[in-house]
Design a protein around this ligand. Structure first.
Ligand SMILES: [Mg+2]
Length: 252
């Protein structure tokens, strides 16, 4: 079945997970392919991003790749459309839940971070809380502390999981999959006509929302198990390999 839209995670798929410079040759090739797809100069389906990253970070990448379809930011809590510069909350995000999440954030800042010097808050998020650490072994402890606070403070129901370097605290019912499904309904695109790319546990809801799902070789084992195709190459090399697949080509 021809592909109408490719939806990809960002960290670990487009860029390396760590704080290292991007490979400009590879990124240039990727950007050219994605831009050529928008201009109809190749058979690749249009691509958009579905990431935990905040909107301003995604906006810069959308400009580099000439992405016209709205992108999913903050693991589904925010949608951003580049052509009209419009950011909005994803379905299921209410003002009341935002206030509850701010209380969780305040607890992390005042009670957790002082005790875990390797952990820092990721700035710039509106409807999700992410804690960065290069020592992810601390994430289970942090998760238990946040769960305990949430259970005793009347916080909204939360889902807490982690990617290699981030502990992500999200509103229950708001994830990459639920927001992507809403976006596809808006666009009138059937899930069977979409391809998804991701590398970590937080991408599993994305897996369930697309017809074909692939991952680079650096993906977590649970993602590889769920994938229709596992590239032999890591990160952006894996992405370029996946984009050659027939499941990623539009009708010509
Ligand atoms: Mg990732």
């Amino acid at each position: 079945m021809p592909c109408e839209l490719i939806i990809t995670d960002l960290d670990g798929c487009i860029s390396p997970d760590g704080s290292e410079p991007w490979d400009l040759d590879l990124f240039g090739e990727f950007a050219r392919r994605v831009r050529d797809a928008v201009a109809g100069r190749n058979s690749l389906a249009p691509l958009t991003i579905c990431t935990g990253r905040p909107q301003p970070y995604v906006e810069t990448l959308m400009k580099q790749l000439d992405i016209r379809v709205p992108a999913v930011c903050e693991n589904g809590a925010v949608l951003y459309s580049l052509p009209d510069n419009l950011a909005r909350f994803g379905p299921g995000v209410t003002e009341e839940k935002i206030l509850g999440l701010r209380a969780v954030r305040a607890f992390i800042e005042t009670d957790i971070l002082p005790k875990y010097p390797t952990a820092v808050m990721q700035f710039g998020k509106e409807a999700q809380v992410s804690v960065f650490s290069e020592k992810p072994a601390i994430f289970p402890e942090l998760k238990a502390l946040v769960e305990d606070f949430a259970a005793n403070s009347g916080a909204p129901e939360l889902v807490i999981n982690n990617s290699p370097l981030y502990l992500n605290i999200s509103l229950a019912g708001v994830d990459k999959g639920s927001t992507l499904r809403a976006l596809l309904a808006e666009l009138g695109v059937a899930s069977e006509q979409t391809a998804g790319i991701g590398d970590s546990e937080g991408d599993l809801p994305l897996r369930d929302a697309v017809g074909f799902f692939a991952c680079p070789s650096n993906a977590q084992p649970c993602v590889k198990e769920a994938a229709d195709y596992v590239s032999p190459f890591p990160e952006l090399k894996g992405m370029l390999d996946i984009l050659q697949r027939p499941e990623c080509q539009r009708a010509v």
